[in-house]
Design a protein around this ligand. Structure first.
Ligand code: 9WO
Length: 244
């Protein structure tokens, strides 16, 4: 997968990608991220990327010209790519969008705005607007990294097989089951007995039950859309009685 990021703060993107799993994904060739500094595509003496808003008011606006120049430069390769603008007004990003991107896209261009807004004409060169949630940030860089991270971990070979994407709770529409590591007792809190024995059928069933319980308690809205088996439905009924 190739991501291209347009930003006035390339170091923010590079810092995250140089660590841990993202770095390994790059080294393994599963991921490439080309970061472009919008300022490099200005043509004026002061390399100005922002300007005053027409109509007045506080704050500055990201200029269209360097952004258009950057996109035209990048697209000289003639390759297909999805052009995505990060904005709170966009379609809300989710695990299913991450899966769709990991499966269907080869190149994604992410445009991260800054200042108090972007010139409206920048929207005309995008295919889609994405939001990572209902809050306002100071720029689109963190949303760009969120999207790169969520998509990259779904690419073949990135996570190894410590845990298949299939097994993962959000894929099945449930929250995760509880996890424990050593010590077996910590400040009076013990690891559930079932996890200490080697009965893997029992462990699987306990984990499923606890994932259902946690989802019912914390995000009951997810249960409506979750893909539940007959056994899940039965477990859920038992849990509901226990929880009363
Ligand atoms: C800001 C804004 C606020 C309310 C309604 C719509 C809005 N659009 C933008 C916007 O596009 N802002 C630009 C990018 C310029 C200012 C900083 N930017 C930004 C993007 N802040 N927060 C985001 C963002 C992007 C994706 N998901 C959540 C927040």
């Amino acid at each position: 997968m190739v991501f291209e990021v347009l930003t006035i703060f390339p170091a923010i993107i590079e810092a995250y990608l140089s660590e841990s799993i993202m770095r390994r994904a790059v080294e393994r060739g599963a991921l490439r991220v080309d970061v472009y500094n919008i300022r490099d595509f200005t043509t004026d003496r002061h390399r100005q990327v922002d300007d005053y808003p027409y109509g007045g008011g506080a704050g500055m606006v990201l200029k269209p010209e360097p952004v258009f120049n950057a996109i035209e430069h990048i697209e000289r390769d003639g390759l297909e790519r999805r052009r995505v603008l990060l904005t709170p007004g966009g379609r809300v990003f989710s695990q299913s969008i991450a899966e769709e991107y990991a499966r269907q896209e080869r190149r994604i261009l992410l445009i991260a705005g800054r200042y108090e807004g972007i010139d409206e004409r920048i929207r005309t060169v995008t295919d889609e607007e994405l939001s990572i949630g209902d809050y306002v940030l100071t720029g689109g860089e963190l949303p760009a990294l969120v999207i790169i991270d969520a998509v990259t971990r779904l690419l073949p070979g990135v996570l190894g097989d410590s845990r298949s994407a299939e097994e993962e709770s959000f894929t099945t529409g449930l929250l995760d089951h509880p996890h424990y590591t050593r010590p077996v007792e910590f400040r009076g809190m013990r690891v559930p007995e079932v996890l200490l024995g080697g009965n893997h059928r029992l462990i699987r069933r306990w984990r499923r039950r606890e994932a259902l319980r946690r989802t019912l308690r914390q995000r009951p809205d997810l249960l409506d859309k979750a893909d539940l088996s007959e056994e899940d439905q039965e477990l859920l009924e038992e849990i509901k009685e226990e929880e009363e």
